[in-house]
Every structure is written in structure tokens, then in C-alpha cells.
Write a protein that binds this ligand. Structure first.
Ligand SMILES: Cc1ncc(COP(=O)(O)O)c(C=O)c1O
Length: 365
């Protein structure tokens, strides 16, 4: 008898994968470098045309005086917060309980910089103006993440964001944007990147999420802030002698995808609507506000996994490679829309969801 596949294996074997841009394989890099002349000079320790041109372009897109390329957002954001704390002479920052710094960075901010965090809002909802106004302690900086990834990519209304920004300016609290997925939220806000960034003192964006590069991040702000950030980048070992293997794909895929964010957003809404018609399923948010959302199923993780494995094998379409447990009765997974979505035939997708609904009904009874 054939051994049963895991969900990740069944996903990989499916003819179509619905989320993301495609496989994270070497082809992503090859596609870019096939078009680049071999005599192009490398950047050297943060200097050189290849890095400087990209940084100047990103500064313009983000409407800031200057921008710096970093190997990771983790490094860029810890440095940004360190700089704001030094300026204020106060080692305390505020952010959401589920922000990347708090749950995914092994306490880098605390261990490396001795900066403490004030957690604002309940973990299941967004930070509001009221939370900021009622902050129990003084902080040097407030970090806001747009969209708030760990709660399905929710977003505050733009007016709320403007009010938080105005309040922080009035109180002398620096405001930093974790914009790992900034371009992905612009179609919902109907704003330019520069308009959103104008509400913040410093901004980080990722080049490998919606943009789909290899790895890396950009930190933008005033010229003096970014100049200081370069000193810390050096201290952190972030000044790799050559960063071009990351910068050239970042530039390539940025130009290729930045105009597709509206399309991904519309597709995410259409897909979430299909999910929400299924038994025991609700998406968070109910209507996505970017290219991402979470799929919550009120069935145990192992039951959902079995349903999905059968579904992938029957239809040739993979919806997710993993399911996470919420509790013993419910589970969820994240969906991010990219280039893959439009490659999946619509009729196949419609029949997949009819089948998914039936299978979930059976699994519940
Ligand atoms: C919201 C958010 N902030 C920061 C980061 C850190 O980015 P990096 O992986 O480049 O360190 C991530 C990465 O997943 C993220 O999702």
C-alpha cells in the first residue's frame, strides 16, 4: 500500500499551488541574472552604484530623504528602534503583542540593545488611538505594523492612522512603520507609499514578501537617521562586502510587481469569498484589506489536513502547505496572493470549493 503523503508533500505534488508567486527555488535568482551583464560591478561594503541607485530610488518611492538596504528586516528594525531610543535617552518602545520583534526575533531588541517593550492592545485586535493615548509608560517610539500579519493582515482605518500619527508628533513619540507588506495595503488605502510614509518618522519595507525578491529590507527616514543606521549596520555585520545578489532581484521584482498589488488584492477578496461559502470556514478579515488573510476552520488541525490532502489529490490544486492548531477544536492557515493565483483555471477553482464545502460538511457530521 502506498504511504500516505503529508500535507506539505501533497501541496508540493499538486499541479497548481494557489498562494504566493511560485516556488522559492534557484530559478527566482536565475531569472533575474540571465538578463544582467556580467561586467556590472559589485557593491562594496555598502557603497557603489548598484546599491546607491537602488537606495535613491526607494527613498523617492517612500518619500523620505534617504534609504538604506539591509540584509534583513530583523536587523533594520532593531537598529531603527535603537536609534530612536538613543535620541530620546529612553530605552522603551511600544508595539503590538504579536509584532515580529516580540515573537519572532528571540528577544534581539532586549538582548542586544537592552530596550524594553510596552505591549499595546489585546493580541487579537489592532492598536487604536485610545491605546496610544492611554499608554501606561513613557516610550521613545511606537511601532505600527501595516498590515498586522499575525491577526490575518488587518488594517486600521486611514483616519485612525492619521490621528495616531498626529498624537505621536504632539507628544514627541517617534513613530516607526513596520511596512514589511506596505505595497500590499496601498490599494485598500488608495494612497501612495509616500503618503502613508509621511505619517511616520522611519519606515521599513521588505523586498521578499509581496515583491518576491530573495531576501532583504529597506530602512528609510531623514538623511541623518539613515546615516546613523549605516553605522549600526556595520556594527551588526550587516555590511556584507557584496549585497548585489539581493539588491538586483529586489529591484527587478519590485519593478515587475509593484503595479500588481491591486490585482492581488482583488484576487484575495474573491478567494476569501469562496472560502467563506464553505462549511465551518471564516476568513480573517472577512473581507481582506490586502493580498493576505487567514483561513479559520472550526475543525481540528488533523481533520483539516486530511480533507486538504484528499482535495489536492482529487483536483491537482494546493491551497496551503500547513495548518496550525488554534485549540483542539479549531485550526487556521495564512494565505498570501501572488502571481500563482491567475495561473489556476477558474473553473477548476470553483469546483474545488464545491468539493471542499462537501468534505468539510462530511467531516463535521
Ligand atoms: C511584519 C514583519 N516584520 C518584520 C519581518 C522581518 O523580516 P526579515 O525576515 O527580513 O528579517 C517580517 C518577516 O517575516 C515580518 O513579517
Amino acid at each position: 500500500m502506498q504511504e500516505k503523503l503529508s500535507l506539505a508533500e501533497a501541496f508540493k505534488e499538486a499541479a497548481f499551488q494557489l498562494p504566493a508567486h511560485g516556488k522559492r527555488n534557484v530559478q527566482v535568482l536565475k531569472e533575474v541574472f540571465e538578463q544582467i551583464e556580467g561586467h556590472l560591478d559589485s557593491d562594496i561594503y555598502g557603497t557603489g552604484k548598484v546599491i546607491e541607485d537602488f537606495q535613491a530610488n526607494m527613498a523617492e518611492v517612500l518619500g523620505k530623504e534617504a534609504a538604506v538596504f539591509f540584509p534583513s528586516g530583523t536587523m533594520a528594525q532593531q537598529i531603527a528602534l535603537r536609534l530612536w531610543c538613543d535620541r530620546k535617552g529612553l530605552n522603551q518602545v511600544a508595539y503590538h503583542p504579536l509584532c515580529h520583534l516580540e515573537i519572532h526575533e528571540e528577544d534581539g531588541l532586549k538582548q542586544l540593545h537592552h530596550i524594553e517593550s510596552v505591549l499595546l492592545a489585546d493580541k487579537n485586535r489592532l492598536i487604536t488611538l485610545e491605546d496610544v493615548q492611554g499608554m501606561p509608560e513613557e516610550v521613545a517610539c511606537l511601532l505600527l505594523e501595516l498590515p498586522q500579519r499575525e491577526i490575518g493582515g488587518q488594517l486600521p482605518e486611514y483616519s485612525e492612522l492619521e490621528a495616531i500619527s498626529a498624537y505621536c508628533r504632539e507628544k514627541g513619540i517617534y513613530l516607526h512603520l513596520d511596512g514589511a507588506r506596505l505595497f500590499e495595503v496601498l490599494p485598500y488605502y488608495q494612497k501612495s507609499a509616500a503618503e502613508v510614509c509621511a505619517l511616520f518618522d522611519s519606515v521599513y519595507i521588505s523586498v521578499y514578501k509581496g515583491i518576491g525578491g530573495i531576501a532583504g529590507a529597506v530602512l528609510a527616514g531623514t538623511a541623518d537617521f539613515t546615516a546613523e543606521s549605516k553605522v549600526w549596520k556595520r556594527r551588526h555585520g550587516g555590511d556584507l562586502i557584496s549585497l548585489y545578489p539581493y539588491i538586483i532581484p529586489a529591484d527587478f521584482y519590485f519593478k515587475q510587481r509593484v503595479h500588481k498589488m491591486e490585482k492581488y488584492y482583488e484576487e484575495a477578496k474573491a478567494l476569501a469569498a469562496l472560502y467563506n461559502q464553505c462549511h465551518a470556514v471564516t476568513t480573517l478579515p472577512l473581507e481582506p484589506v490586502s493580498n493576505m488573510f487567514h483561513v479559520h476552520v472550526s475543525l481540528p488541525k488533523t481533520v483539516v489536513e486530511d480533507v486538504l490532502i484528499d482535495l489536492y489529490q482529487a483536483t491537482g490544486i494546493g491551497l496551503t502547505s500547513y495548518v496550525r492548531e488554534v485549540d483542539e477544536f479549531s485550526s487556521y492557515y495564512e494565505v498570501s496572493i501572488g502571481d500563482n493565483y491567475s495561473g489556476v483555471p477558474q473553473d477548476k477553482l470553483q469546483s474545488l470549493f464545491v468539493r471542499l464545502n462537501e468534505r468539510l460538511q462530511q467531516a463535521s457530521s
